[in-house]
Design a protein around this ligand. Structure first.
Ligand code: SAM
Length: 206
């Protein structure tokens, strides 16, 4: 079956079409939210790699405020502030800070353009996840939450270790809406703390 046909036969693809969501990815965020409650009403949420906007629709439905970042244009959505930027660029954090002084949640569904070479795609996905973690580190309020997509591979455990030093709770989760053959997995970090990170770093130095 061709890729296009597979996509059209996909349960979540069809459901997104009929329920008015911009992408099947909306259901992944719904399933993560149902399990881990990362977003609360009134939260300010930064969505990295947000195009075409399926996650943004879920964030808005939770009565949270969304700031969307993507290097691709996003069709306007009422109530969403859009920043056209590369999440790996140093100035992106400043651009986010200009629109939100305090951020409650950072989510990232950013994915590299796939080359088909497993190890390369994995390494690029870890690079993007690391950039997302940097944005979180620089914008999240203490106690804030983080969600990031990564493709599994040999750099995965080191990234989980790095991420877990910032959060009192870190879990990996595979939502049902992820395709069965996909290597993607989502990491959830809850209760952000810079102190926890600093304490761990000074322990390592001793
Ligand atoms: C799987 S899509 C996100 C789908 C989105 N969560 C939704 O529900 O509609 C991945 C997005 O990551 C974006 N992306 C990848 N690398 C990026 C980068 N370095 N900076 C900004 N956006 C990036 C792509 O442009 C693409 O729109």
């Amino acid at each position: 079956m061709s890729e296009m046909k597979k996509r059209r036969n996909d349960y979540y693809y069809k459901r997104a079409k009929s329920e008015g969501f911009r992408s099947r990815a909306s259901y992944k965020l719904m399933q993560i939210q149902e399990r881990y409650h990362i977003i609360r009403e009134g939260d300010v949420v930064v969505d990295l790699g947000a195009a075409p906007g399926g996650w943004l629709q879920v964030i808005l439905a939770l009565n949270a405020t969304a700031i969307a970042v993507d290097r691709q244009q996003i069709a306007p959505l009422e109530g969403v502030v859009f920043i056209k930027a590369d999440i790996t660029a140093a100035e992106t954090v400043e651009k986010i800070r200009r629109v939100a002084e305090s951020v409650d949640v950072v989510v990232s569904d950013a994915a590299p353009n796939l080359s088909g070479v497993w190890s390369l795609d994995h390494a690029r996905s870890i690079d993007l996840a690391r950039s997302a973690l940097k944005v979180a580190e620089r914008t999240l309020r203490p106690g804030g939450n983080f969600l990031v997509k990564v493709f599994q591979g040999d750099l995965f455990n080191a990234f989980v270790h790095e991420m877990s030093s910032f959060f009192s709770f870190t879990r990996a989760f595979n939502p049902q809406a992820s395709r069965k053959q996909s290597a993607e997995i989502y990491l959830i970090g809850k209760r952000f703390s810079r102190q926890q990170r600093n304490a761990l770093a000074s322990n390592v130095k001793q």
